[in-house]
Design a protein around this ligand. Sequence first.
Ligand code: PRP
Length: 209
Amino acid sequence: MLNIALPKGRLGEKVYAMFEKAGYECPSIKENSRKLIFENPEKQVRYFWVKPSDVSIYVERGAADIGVAGKDILLEYAPQIYELLDLNIGKCRMAVAAKKDFYDDGQSTLRVATKFTSIAAKHYAGKCRDIDIIKLNGSIEIAPILGLSDVIVDIVETGTTLKENDLEVIETVVPISARLIANKASFKFKTAQIEDITEKLKAQVVYDD
Ligand code: PRP
């Protein structure tokens, strides 16, 4: 059995559809909305739904052989896994945003609110910019509005959240998309099956022009 961790939610449904088209279907997954683990012995696969940000933990520790995680999580936590394929879905960008009238004088310590402290720290270290990181767990957009921070480093997908809160992107830090990842030992011992899935998924990837 190949254990596959899928990110629960809208992205996970797109991801499963790709596995299905790749020939690794598991019909029971569509029957029950509360169950979390599904098997198809005929195809030798077992799928389980986990919180998107936890996929890399399951894969790194070997509870899952492969999985699909956002590049944001891989950059932030740097799990010891192999990144096998860019699925080119779940696309968004990590960006710095601020209130429309914000001007960075480049002098005083910049207060940065974010869930992604490591990505933010690296970004500003690369510019030799002094920052004070304020770790938040959600609704990051509120921070500059209430004066808790000068800027935020967060995921921007459609841009609607920023727009509706009168914020704007100052710069893009890195583009993000969903990646197929593998546990290192699993890749060694289940090479044929993992490579077969990777190849078949690759044939499902829709590239931009
Ligand atoms: C993410 C992100 C932004 C929003 C961006 O939040 O943190 O708030 O999506 O999407 P948009 O550009 O399409 O508006 P999420 O829904 O993950 O919730 P969070 O507030 O817990 O981070």
